[in-house]
Design a protein around this ligand. Structure first.
Ligand code: SF4
Ligand code: SF4
Length: 286
């Protein structure tokens, strides 16, 4: 079964919960689809068994043997990616959107488009099974496509290794990468926190997930930091028939677990929070 863990915004504890789920089964495939800021590989230090270049798009590049420094390309670029640096026309890799306009209007044909090939998909083995993750290079886009590549590889490995459970750590937000993350999964777990912005982001996330007709669960993390807001979130979920998978209290040991490159159940196996996460995971799986 495929379980996707997402959140409407960053900082809710989504990755801590994905990591915890990944260490509660004997064998899982863990897919880190937070490709803009993958971090579970730091926690789990997987072996490096496979690496695939991901072409996220194209960038403009100037051949200075042909460029006359006329400045025409800079005046046309709508993304402000071209400017004069030390009297020399220069293209910013970060700002270039790959629209190709400059390459078409350059009078000396000095600009060509080259593939952006700094992003990668990696696969390997970690202590609880197999792990796949994507890393999108800074300034590169099309992260939804990279999420699909990571998910396809995770499914391929699960099939080859006869592994039943795929845990997907999704990206924060409600854009294209999140949609790529949840499409076709068996369960979506939305991690939220008891703040006004947390509730607002949860509502926006559920608006999207409800269109996919997926079994959806909510975890309220650090619920004891604002019990009134927790109650509001619970009432909201009850009103729209979304199951609360569980509530987790604030525990400073969660950060310590991360600092020590352990999941919560690995770091504090007999704690209340680990027991609660175990119950939540069993509930979702069954
Ligand atoms: S339009 Fe072409 S020739 Fe003119 S500055 Fe740009 S790259 Fe150089
Ligand atoms: S390809 Fe488009 S975005 Fe990139 S530098 Fe040229 S005009 Fe600007």
């Amino acid at each position: 079964m495929q379980i996707a863990v997402i959140s409407g915004k960053g900082g809710t504890g989504k990755s801590s919960i994905s990591a915890a789920f990944a260490t509660l089964s004997d064998k899982v495939v863990l897919a880190d689809c937070d490709v803009d800021a993958a971090n579970l590989y730091i926690l789990f230090n997987p072996t490096h068994e496979e690496e695939q270049v991901y072409i996220s798009g194209q960038k403009a590049e100037i051949d200075y043997t042909l460029c006359t420094n006329c400045g025409l390309c800079a005046s046309y670029c709508r993304f402000d990616a071209i400017s004069l640096v030390n009297e020399k026309i220069t293209i910013s890799d970060i700002l270039c959107d790959g629209c190709k306009l400059c390459s078409r209007i350059c009078p000396t044909e000095a600009i060509s488009m080259i593939d952006s090939n700094d992003s990668r998909m990696f696969a390997g083995t970690f202590r609880n099974g197999k792990m796949v993750y994507g890393r999108l290079a800074p300034g590169e886009d099309n992260s939804g496509k990279l999420v699909n590549i990571v998910r396809d590889k995770a499914k391929e490995i699960a099939k080859a290794e006869n592994i039943d459970t795929i845990i997907i750590d999704g990206p924060p937000g409600i854009g294209c990468p999140m949609i790529s993350t949840i499409t076709g999964v068996d369960s979506v777990v939305i991690v939220t926190e008891p703040t006004l912005s947390g509730k607002h982001d949860l509502e926006r996330t559920i608006e999207i997930t409800s269109k996919f007709n997926l079994k959806t669960w909510v975890i309220i993390n650090k619920f004891d930091l604002n019990e009134d807001m927790t109650l509001e979130i619970e009432n909201y979920c009850r009103g729209i028939d979304i199951a609360i998978a569980g509530k987790l209290g604030f525990d400073p040991q969660v950060v310590q677990a991360m600092v020590n490159c352990k999941s919560i159940p690995e770091w504090i196996p007999n704690s209340t929070i680990s027991k609660q996460i175990r119950e939540i995971f069993e509930n979702i799986k069954n």
